[in-house]
Design a binder for this molecule. Sequence first.
Ligand code: BG6
Length: 481
Amino acid sequence: PAAHTADLVVFGGTGDLSMRKLLPALYHSDRDGRLSPETRVIALSRGGLTDADFRGKVDAQVRDVVPVDDHAMWQRFLGRLHHLTVDVGGQDRTGWDALRATLAEDRDRVFYLASPPRTFGPFCREVDRAGLVTPRSRVVLEKPLGHDLPSAQRINDEVGAIFDEHQIFRIDHYLGKETVQNLLVLRFANAFLEPIWNSLWIDHVQITAAETVGTPGRRGYYDHAGALRDMVQNHLLQLLTLTAMEPPARNDREAIRDEKVKVLQALRPITGGEVGRFTVRGQYTAADGMAGYLEEPGSTPPTESSERVETFTAIRAEIRNWRWAGVPFYLRTGKRLPNRRSEIVVQFKDVPHSIFPGGSPNRLVLRLQPEEGIELHIMAKEPGAGEVSLKPVPLSLNFGETFPARVPEAYERLLSDVLAGNPTLFMRRDEVEAAWRWIDPILDAWRSSPELPEPYPAGTTGPAGAHELLGRSGRAWHEEE
Ligand code: BG6
């Protein structure tokens, strides 16, 4: 189908996200012929840049992170880019008037807010005041969507006063990752998994997003976020919903999101004294030449709240419904861990009755990164004429090897969906709020606890508590076995 022609208006368009993710993703889409020739990108900032200045900046900063093998193509891409200076909440209307004059009446308009959440409401009001909202307009909100349930509700109310829910696209870039979309295909386009995808056959699930990076230069944001808000409220809970949801009746935006929200609503609340038992917090300390969280270089010095910020968290979650009762979902994420690895591990139960010595239960591993793939660990007989000897072996699908085409980045997929008006892979209001409703009591208990996060040396697998969280029920994190 012909690509949609749209004007993509990026607020915060000269910022880090735009330079690192959005513009590279758009360039890739352009290069693959998935961007309509007339689609334009209009970056808004306070910076006073001309189109030529902005193109020069993109040329200098983005060219190195994308494969520019075709000069003419790159020039054509730069030609789509424009810049306007706007003042949010101020008296100066010049920028907004210029934007109105620039936007084409007969196109879709996408307002992409790559800016802090406190700007979402004011920006939407400005766009409305300038008379820019048409029925063919959409708005894209970047995370974090608030810092707790009340603030998320406030943002949703403010944006919802200007745009209808079907026009609001809340980004969680994990939903754009190939393996994440593949999870739905794996579960619902194959017959063999669904009958055993329940508490009868599954012992527990582990969802890990481990990163090697620390937080240098991000203190201003991270001190107020921490791993729970930064990664669990959104990315990890989204992976949990896709793993645990019931089969939807149709591959349809609302049908899928309806099932996802039911999972979030079924999460057993972790409150008060239970928080200490079912959650773990850690903070990395200096080791191996790497700075600790408190010593990371940044624009602001560490404060008292820096000491309380978790750069690691592990949680034992439970879903209260027929399918999952009694099956723990262990969530874990952290900075400065030894490897960058994100995966969903579904650990099956042992066979009901074993006739061979030495077997171990099956395990399905869905790897999101670094290399996207799926592995099913099965038991096989080691060749040999002597005693039967069992060995766990992986049946594996490596996407890179099986599908030679380049695997698109999450943002490419999500931007195409926004331009095409398809919200399936975006979070609906009720999803975001249900996620906060589960997160808030954990935050409250951490806040009122006299304890600080457990220290772990940078480059190690997290604090001891994370290992005990599984160890006390005889389980272990995947890489420890
Ligand atoms: C972002 C978080 O949402 O996700 C970052 O704010 C984190 O702290 C990043 O590093 C991880 O994304 P990815 O795609 O590298 O796993």
